[in-house]
Design a protein around this ligand. Structure first.
Ligand SMILES: C[S@@+](CC[C@H](N)C(=O)[O-])C[C@H]1O[C@@H](n2cnc3c(N)ncnc32)[C@H](O)[C@@H]1O
Length: 241
């Protein structure tokens, strides 16, 4: 049962959940999103518009798909680092980077206490990651800290619930169908119930934009993706950040 205050987002629980689903994580992403996750990451990389030579941190990088998409946009000329605190996910990313000939170093790092000095990166990206933070505001402030002045933060996340005429069908899929497929394929009893549960308790895009401003970001803009199922936020480190 889910406690009233929401799913357990302690570092130990999140790490063990992603450690357990890591081997089937990519397969389930493609299957459960109908391939949309690939398109969303590509759009995220295009919106970020990375430049050759830029230092970019892909936080909550998992198996590294967004790090790769960002690196590819600069033909490998941006200096992308992939960071995550689940070593099983990072290990799969490492193999993927090697197989694709991408030079993307990895860092085992907790997003709530990043092992980087202030102003280390010109951009930070996070896909489907910050929703798992035990303390979202602390994590957002930490991202702001490691960005250089004017640095960009790109967040790709689900929204609490899809909107529009397809919303009932999509909600049925998220609440009833997705957890069953996820459980059968990942063989993890709860990880894919955690997904719709954590989504439904997540701030909507306007509220997330407000949290980003509260953490020191300015010029926060967002756009919905695929019937409002997900959203892309792009924010710039403000003068007070
Ligand atoms: C849903 S996966 C997303 C992976 C990848 N970004 C993608 O687009 O497929 C979430 C990742 O966030 C990582 N994560 C969650 N909380 C974290 C934290 N506090 N610090 C570092 N990584 C975290 C998990 O280990 C997991 O690999």
């Amino acid at each position: 049962m889910t406690p009233p205050e929401g799913p357990d987002k302690s570092a130990a629980r999140i790490r063990s959940m992603f450690g357990s689903i890591a081997p089937r994580y990519d397969l389930l992403n493609r299957l459960l999103s109908g391939g949309n996750d690939v398109v969303w990451r590509r759009r995220a990389a295009r919106l970020l518009d990375p430049r050759p030579g830029e230092r970019i941190l892909d936080l909550c990088s998992g198996t590294g798909d967004l790090a790769l998409a960002v690196s590819r946009r600069t033909r490998g000329e941006a200096r992308v680092t992939a960071a995550d605190f689940t070593l099983e996910m990072l290990a799969l990313g490492r193999r993927k980077f090697a197989a694709r000939g991408a030079r993307i170093p990895e860092a085992g790092a907790d997003g709530l206490r990043l092992p980087f000095p202030d102003g280390s990166f010109q951009a930070v990206t996070a896909a489907f990651g910050v929703r798992n933070f035990e303390d979202l505001d602390r994590g957002l402030r930490e991202v702001c800290r490691v960005l250089s002045p004017g640095g960009r933060f790109l967040v790709l996340e689900f929204t609490p619930r899809p909107t529009g005429p397809l919303a009932p069908a999509l909600s049925f899929y998220l609440d009833r169908v997705l957890p069953r497929i996820g459980r059968a394929v990942s063989r993890d009893g709860s990880a894919y119930s955690y997904l719709p549960d954590s989504m439904s308790r997540w701030p909507d895009p306007a509220a997330l934009a407000a949290r980003l401003r509260g953490a020191g970001f300015a010029d926060v803009a967002w756009r919905p993706l695929t019937f409002g199922l997900a959203a892309l936020h792009l924010a710039t480190k403000g003068a007070s950040g």
